[in-house]
Design a protein around this ligand. Structure first.
Ligand SMILES: Cc1cc2nc3c(=O)[nH]c(=O)nc-3n(C[C@H](O)[C@H](O)[C@H](O)COP(=O)(O)O)c2cc1C
Length: 187
């Protein structure tokens, strides 16, 4: 890939939710490549302050039940519960993002570790895009639900949310480019 092509790919990554994703999702080899990209995020002291957990195939049914329980706990009606269940079932691959922030680290403050987690998610999604997939980082109040936290987290971890992944059924509505003059100034 030329430098120009690589940059074009980066400039055109966009998010797509589950209703615009179909099979196939990334396979095991591609997921490893995407994780390798995530591990290239800037990481002060090489703490790797995150963990990614793949939910695919039959495991989606278990996630669907946890999402459905969340909807029931919120008092959603049968249709609302079915919508939540469907969210887990429709995405070919869902990847839970767990942050492991060491609040007492002597050198690396928490905000630097969170930056690494964000960089990892971005690199992971960019790699997915480069491989021809699309996806979206999602959280919502589900990420704060005790039964979902218990299902995914080890002690001390934070459930950031889930990346849904699959083959896109459509292009983005706009190129989503933001005004770079707000983000870049010369001092
Ligand atoms: C940690 C995190 C959690 C997010 N949670 C949600 C969410 O629950 N729902 C949502 O619509 N977008 C959520 N987003 C934003 C989308 O992932 C996406 O970035 C946004 O829709 C902009 O689209 P773009 O990536 O195409 O620019 C989240 C982003 C991050 C980084």
């Amino acid at each position: 890939m030329t430098q120009a092509a690589a940059l074009t790919t980066l400039l055109h990554r966009y998010s797509l939710g589950v209703k615009h994703l179909v099979e196939p999702g990334p396979d095991a080899v591609q997921l490893q490549q995407m994780v390798a990209a995530a591990l290239r995020a800037p990481d002060h002291a090489e703490l790797v302050p995150f963990r990614l957990v793949v939910v695919q195939g039959e495991a989606r049914q278990r996630l669907a039940e946890l999402f459905a329980t969340h909807a029931q706990n919120k008092g959603k009606d049968a249709e609302g519960v079915a919508i939540e269940r469907e969210r887990a079932l429709r995405a070919p691959v869902t990847v839970a993002v767990l942050a492991r922030i060491d609040l007492g680290h002597p050198v690396v403050p928490a905000h630097e570790q969170w930056m690494c987690v964000g960089g990892a998610v971005t690199n992971f999604l960019n790699a997915a895009h480069t491989l021809g997939f699309a996806g979206k980082m999602l959280s919502g109040d589900k990420a704060r639900a005790p039964h979902l936290i218990q299902a995914f987290c080890e002690p001390g971890e934070t459930l950031v949310g889930w990346m849904v992944l699959g083959t896109p059924t459509r292009e983005p509505r706009s190129d989503g480019r933001k005004d770079s003059t707000q983000a870049l100034r010369f001092w």
